[in-house]
Design a protein around this ligand. Structure first.
Ligand code: ACM
Length: 554
């Protein structure tokens, strides 16, 4: 009897202990110990001398102070590996010791939490950042949410041993602001949530038929004209445009501010300027050289769907326009990638334009898609002439594979959305890198349930959290093609979604499901376990002030 009681008490103690740990994404390897590290009293972070690591530490220290009131001191060591506490700090209540281990991956970290000592090993600042994100998730959710909670008496971090690194290098989220403009503060909130889930690429879809959202100084009409349309809603079927002037855009200063904000959270921003299709807003701004039919009237589009009013790729001024836009994007966004779209580009206007017909003959093709490829080739050659620090690599949606891609070299990346698994394989076979963003189920703007409370959106409520979670990236892919798979990305299109709170509702918690597919080894992923861990996330969402879908919690 005594033995049974002891066993039950042990089980209860273990369950209580285990309940405290709810990490998203699930680490690659984790074992739970006993006891905990208490944040409080005199705590010292022992850190190697490195500016970038110091910045990561400083942000962590500031966040802990702002959310818990606990002040953590720092002590900088000359050595890269922690060899023991300095005499002057021996009396501290506890230590957090950082060591550089160059054998580890760029985003990997090793975290050990014991009663008086936390050790963190990583090769790069990103690894230390992710270790701190994990520590924040091991604390009450107000810490990750960034809000102070005076009611917590003791800030305990449960004892754990974690060895962690992402499955994929690319863990992305795309937001379409062409259809609706949400503004800086909403983007920062999304970036915070992405960082909480260790996502690292924000793909910013900045231009559409319905709006151009980024200031380009050489072409001011893109935002004077192209950022505004004569209706808030995008009409479709029985939805009538309302005639209200509606829009907005980011100045270059705004965009740089967001780039900096994301950079502190180890998120790279990939701007997308979708050309030559999905470009009616640009065409309406400069019809004299962008339109295939400049003699006709052009306006920023009020409708959903795919406009036939595409850029005239055979006009040399349109090609120059694209190069100039690239130059300004290169200056604002310091990262390797720029996305040029390339999806759903109707060729109808080219087929009826004599310059386009002549150019098709000139390039020796009968496939109008090749005019689009030829347009990209010229942009690519322009980039190739730039100095090394201005080199950029281009990403395209997978429709580009319908043209003769040979002229683009093989250093482009294909973002696979339609027939994604097959498209990704085809891209990899052609020697291109690829990113998996399957329309079904990773378009997380689609309805996520059949609840009557589900907001107005696209789809049938069939892309539930479970369906999204259970998509297996890189399934049945030959070993030799696998290195071409950079990772996964959730996409959010906004034709139906006018406000940021509905973006959040549809995005969450499915974004967490995609984040886990990008980070956690497939064999460690388990939907039922994920749902359990999501319970703690509802507290994070509440405190963070973000909306979320409720169907898995009801
Ligand atoms: C897309 O969904 N048109 C990329």
């Amino acid at each position: 009897m005594k033995k049974t009681l002891f066993f039950l008490l042990c089980m209860l103690a273990f369950t209580l202990q285990a309940q405290e740990i709810s990490l998203v994404p699930m680490p690659a390897q984790m074992s739970v110990g006993t006891g905990s590290f208490t944040l409080g009293g005199d705590i010292v972070i022992c850190q190697p001398k490195d500016k970038a690591i110091a910045k990561v530490v400083k942000n962590f220290v500031n966040e802990i102070k702002a959310t818990t009131g606990v002040k953590i001191k720092t002590d900088t060591y000359k050595k890269t590996k922690f060899k023991g506490v300095r005499k002057s700090n021996k009396k501290a209540a506890a230590h957090i010791a950082l060591s550089v281990d160059e054998t580890m991956g760029d985003e990997a970290y090793r975290l050990s939490v014991k009663e008086k000592l936390i050790t963190i090993n990583a090769a790069k600042p990103a690894g230390f950042f992710y270790a701190f994100q994990t520590l924040k998730q091991l604390l009450p959710r107000n810490v990750m949410a960034g809000v102070y909670d005076a009611s917590v008496e003791e800030w305990n971090i449960p004892a754990v041993e974690i060895e962690d690194e992402p499955r994929f290098a690319w863990r992305g989220f795309m937001l379409d602001e062409g259809r609706h403009f949400y503004g800086k503060e909403e983007i920062k909130k999304i970036i915070d949530v992405m960082a909480a889930y260790k996502m690292n690429r924000f793909h910013w879809h900045l231009t559409e038929d319905q709006g151009w959202r980024i200031e380009i100084k050489k072409y001011p009409k893109l935002t004077e004209v192209g950022a505004w349309r004569n209706s808030r809603v995008c009409g479709w079927g029985d939805v009538k445009p309302d005639g209200i002037r509606y829009g907005g855009y980011y100045t270059q200063k705004d965009a740089r501010e967001i780039v900096e904000y994301a950079k502190e959270r180890f998120i790279e921003i990939i701007p997308e300027v979708d050309i030559p299709g999905h470009s009616q807003a640009a065409v309406a701004s400069y019809p004299e050289f962008l339109a295939c039919d400049p003699e006709n009237a052009h306006e920023v589009w009020l409708w959903q769907g795919v406009s036939a009013d595409v850029i005239n790729v055979a006009n040399p001024r349109a090609v120059q326009f694209a190069k100039d836009v690239i130059d300004e994007l290169t200056d604002i966004f310091p990262y390797k990638y720029i996305h040029l779209g390339g999806d759903e580009c109707p060729t109808y206007k080219w087929e009826h334009n004599s310059d386009c017909q002549a150019q098709l003959k000139e390039i020796g093709s009968t496939n109008y898609r090749d005019l689009q490829i030829n347009f990209y080739r010229q942009i690519k050659e322009h980039i190739a002439q730039k100095p090394a620090d201005e080199q950029r690599s281009l990403i395209f949606w997978n429709e580009v594979l319908h043209g003769n891609t040979a002229s683009l070299g093989n250093d482009i990346t294909i973002m696979s959305w339609i027939g994604a698994d097959n498209a990704a394989k085809e891209a990899a076979k052609r020697g291109f890198n690829t990113i998996l963003s399957p329309q079904i189920p990773y378009y997380i703007n689609r309805k996520q349930s059949n609840l009557p409370t589900e907001p107005h959106s696209q789809g049938y409520g069939t892309e539930t959290v479970e369906v999204v979670y259970n998509y297996i990236p890189m399934n049945n892919v030959a070993l030799e093609l696998q290195p071409k798979y950079m990772g996964v990305q959730a996409n959010f299109w906004t034709e139906w979604v006018e406000t940021a709170d509905i973006v959040q509702y549809l995005m969450l918690p499915r974004l967490a499901a995609v984040a886990e597919a990008g980070w956690t080894p497939q064999e460690r992923r388990d939907y039922n376990d994920f749902v359990k861990r999501m319970q703690a996330e509802t507290e994070y969402y509440r405190l963070k002030g973000v909306n979320y879908g409720k169907h898995i919690f009801e």
